[in-house]
Design a protein around this ligand. Structure first.
Ligand code: ARG
Length: 250
C-alpha cells in the first residue's frame, strides 16, 4: 500500500512540475493579468500627455478593452517607429497609436477590426508657400514627417522628407521656419493648428486610411481576444461616444 502511495505522490509531483514548466514557458503575458500597450503619445486626440498621464481616444478604448478582459492596462510610450516592431518581437502585447492598416505592416503583425479613420493632411504656416498635394511632392519644399508613418512612406516615393521621431519636434521645426509643411493625419493636424495660431491645415489631403490595433502574429490568442472586445465596444456605440468626445464635427 505504502509503495502505491509513494508512486501516486511521485506521479502527482511530476504532473505539478510539468504544469508549472508549461505555465512559465507560456510567455504570452495573458497569465500575468497585465495588458501591455505600445504607443507614441505625440498624437492628439488619439494619444497625448495630460500632465504625466497618457490620455486620448486610444488610451480610453484600450482601458475599456483591458477591463473587459479582466486585465490591467500598462501603456508604454516610445518613438512611433518602434511601436509595430515591439509588438512583432513580443516585447509588448498590442500596439495602438492611430496606426493605419497597411499591407507592409500586415506582413509582420496582425490587425484588429478598424475603429477609426483618417487621412494624411498638410499642415502649413499661414501664408506659407505650400498650397496643395502637388507642392508637397514637387521637391521644391522642405517637408516634415514622422519616421515610419504612412505619411513618411507616401511622400518618400517622390522626395526625401525631413524625418522626426516625434511630431512635437516636427511642429517646432515648422513654426521655426525650418520646414514648409508637415504631412500628418488630419485630426492631429487640426489639434496642432488649434494649439498654434500660426499654423493651418490645407483643405486638400491624401487618400483615406483606417486605424486598428496590432498584435503578435505568432501568439495571436490575446490579440484575438482584444479584437473581439474592440468589436463589442464598436457594436454597442462606446467607441463612437469616445471619439465624439474628442472630435467635434464642424
Ligand atoms: N496613421 C499614421 C500611420 O499609421 C500615423 C500614426 C502616428 N501615430 C502616432 N501615435 N504618432 O503611420
Amino acid at each position: 500500500m505504502k509503495k502505491y502511495l509513494k508512486l501516486l505522490l511521485a506521479v502527482m509531483l511530476i504532473a505539478i512540475m510539468a504544469f508549472a514548466v508549461a505555465a512559465c514557458g507560456d510567455n504570452n503575458a495573458e497569465d500575468d493579468g497585465i495588458l501591455t500597450l505600445a504607443t507614441s503619445a505625440d498624437f492628439p486626440p488619439y494619444e497625448f500627455y495630460d500632465g504625466d498621464k497618457i490620455v486620448g481616444i486610444d488610451a480610453e478604448i484600450a482601458a475599456l478593452i483591458a477591463e473587459k478582459l479582466g486585465m490591467t492596462l500598462e501603456i508604454h510610450d516610445m518613438d512611433f517607429d518602434s511601436v509595430v516592431t515591439s509588438v512583432q518581437t513580443g516585447k509588448y502585447d498590442i500596439g495602438m497609436a492611430g496606426l493605419s492598416i497597411t499591407e507592409d505592416r500586415k506582413e509582420i503583425v496582425d490587425f484588429t477590426v478598424t475603429y477609426a479613420g483618417g487621412k494624411q493632411a498638410i499642415l502649413v504656416p499661414k501664408d506659407g508657400k505650400v498650397k496643395g498635394a502637388d507642392d508637397v511632392v514637387s521637391g521644391d519644399y522642405k517637408v516634415g514627417v514622422q519616421l515610419g508613418t504612412t505619411g513618411d512612406t507616401m511622400v518618400s516615393w517622390d522626395i526625401e522628407p525631413e524625418r522626426y521621431n516625434k511630431y512635437s519636434d516636427a511642429i517646432i521645426a515648422l513654426t521655426g521656419g525650418k520646414l514648409d509643411c508637415v504631412v500628418l493625419d488630419n485630426e492631429p493636424a487640426k489639434k496642432f493648428a488649434q494649439a498654434n495660431k500660426d499654423l493651418v491645415v490645407l483643405d486638400e489631403a491624401f487618400a483615406d486610411e483606417y486605424y486598428a490595433i496590432v498584435y503578435n502574429q505568432d501568439h495571436p490568442e490575446l490579440g484575438q481576444k482584444v479584437d473581439k472586445a474592440l468589436q463589442e465596444l464598436i457594436n454597442d456605440g462606446t467607441v463612437a461616444k469616445i471619439i465624439a468626445k474628442y472630435i467635434s464635427e464642424e
